[in-house]
Write a protein that binds this ligand. Structure first.
Ligand code: PLP
Length: 440
């Protein structure tokens, strides 16, 4: 007989995860969710920056669902708008007045965007944007950078993107078994922050490159900022060679500044990918650019579709979130203060505990990683990842999780702060790290 979760005699995360694994492969619907966790954790609810497991334990969360929740989980403002929309019809498959409102808000927020298309996930939006770039330029090659993650689709998922390098970072090693190896033969990968390698590639193959895609501030190999001038050089070379510059702002969009990294760093891409914060925690993504770039889609010559793409509930979430952010952009100062304080306190804590660690921040995104040896300065991607002590980080994660602080067991996944990470919460975060380091 099937035992439902309510019938399990004493529901614990462990027992429920075991039961779930019988019916959901691996226990969670993303490999990243089933990777590296040592003590089972199954949730019941979340609010603000707090999560509660099925046993009723409260934890502080600094992973925050990988980043969408700038105002914390279950923000009543965004929730209210979406709940209202759900009652009025969540999806019809027909253009809706909200499409106009959300499109206008995005165009007013992001310097490089005049038109968008909505999608359901970053992976989908990126797949469509790269297809559009190939169509527009009539070229095949796409350039990516080591450590940057652009979703799990066939032409972009490489080994280095999910393991944090080490394994053949320059070669076309598919990121997962079952992928078509030849699908990566049109996707070249360069080391991040390496201007020489970039210039060499453009000198040799510039006329074949359809697009260069990157996270303007890398957030998937920990936080790795672009070195001064690097983005500008990519933009120059792309423009002079007729390739499109694509900013994957899935993390940075409305996170590092209202208008994303492109506003913060003053570099304009041809195409931008948005998701996470823009959707306020609802499953929505968008890609967009100037009218000329989007024209093949406007004419229905390039192909992009999806039953749920731009469904009314998701678009309502975009309207609510962007409306709220644009009404009070001072939220970015608040987030920067919260991020700055945590960065400082964590750095001191690791030093005081005699641990080598890297704490790197972009506004309210902080990457925290234990290292095997001391490292000075901001690492370029290549130099940084091999020093990460993955095993020690996982042990620290487990100790913290048991003590009521959740962050991802993979040190390449950054922490995402929200306005609900108030001073008392930061005290608890730092206290838990201190205590756990003493037991590591
Ligand atoms: N791009 C970046 C920078 C991301 O961080 C992610 C996911 O975390 C993606 C793309 C893929 O988005 P999704 O998981 O919604 O497909």
């Amino acid at each position: 007989m099937v035992q439902t979760s309510a019938e399990l005699t004493r529901v614990t995360s462990e027992s429920l995860l075991d039961a779930t694994r019988a019916v959901v492969a691996g226990g969670g619907s993303s490999n990243m969710r089933n990777l590296g966790i040592q003590t089972p954790l199954v949730l019941d609810r979340s609010a603000g920056c707090r999560i509660w497991d099925v046993e009723g334990n409260e934890l502080i969360d600094v992973n925050m669902g990988y980043g969408p929740h700038l105002f914390g989980y279950a923000d009543p403002d965004v929730l209210g708008v979406v709940a209202q929309r759900l009652r009025l019809g969540a999806i019809t498959g027909i253009p809706h007045r909200l499409d106009h409102e959300a499109g206008e808000l995005i165009a007013a927020t992001f310097p490089s965007i005049e038109q968008v298309r909505f999608a359901n996930s970053g992976t989908e939006a990126i797949t469509s944007a790269l297809r559009l770039a190939r169509f527009t330029t009539g070229r095949d090659l796409v350039v990516t950078f080591e450590g940057h993650y652009h979703g799990w689709s066939e032409t972009v998922l490489r080994k280095a993107a999910i393991t944090g390098g080490g394994a053949d970072p320059h070669g076309a090693v598919p990121g997962a078994p079952g992928m078509i190896p030849s699908a990566l033969s049109y996707t070249l990968q360069l080391p991040w922050n390496d201007t020489e390698a970039l210039e060499r590639l453009f000198a040799e193959r510039g006329g074949e490159i359809a697009a260069v895609i990157l996270e303007p501030i890398c957030g998937n190999a920990g936080v790795v900022h672009p070195l001064p001038g690097f983005l500008e050089r990519i933009a120059e070379l792309s423009a002079s060679n007729g390739a499109l510059l694509v900013f994957d702002e899935v993390i940075t969009g409305c996170r590092v500044a209202l208008g994303g990294a492109q506003e913060l760093l003053g570099v304009r891409p041809d195409l931008t990918i948005l998701s996470k914060v823009v959707g306020g925690g609802f499953p929505v993504a968008a890609f967009g650019g100037g009218k000329e770039i989007m024209a093949p889609l406007a004419r229905n010559e390039a192909f992009h579709a999806g039953v749920f793409s731009g469904n009314h509930a998701a678009v309502a979430a975009v309207v609510a979130m962007l409306g709220k952010l644009r009404d009070d952009p001072s939220v970015y100062e608040t987030l920067d203060l919260i991020g700055g304080e945590l960065e400082q306190r964590l750095t001191k804590t690791f030093v005081a505990a005699g641990r080598h660690a890297r704490v790197v921040r972009a506004g309210s995104v902080i990457s925290v990683a234990l290292l095997t040896e001391r490292q000075d300065g901001v690492p370029a991607y290549d130099a940084g990842v091999p020093l990460i002590d993955f095993a020690a980080h996982r042990r620290l994660q487990d100790l913290c999780q048991r003590a009521g602080l959740y962050f991802h067991p993979n040190p390449l996944e950054p922490w995402f702060l929200s306005v609900t990470h108030t001073p008392d919460v930061l005290d608890r975060v730092v206290g838990t790290i201190e205590e756990s380091l003493s037991r590591l």
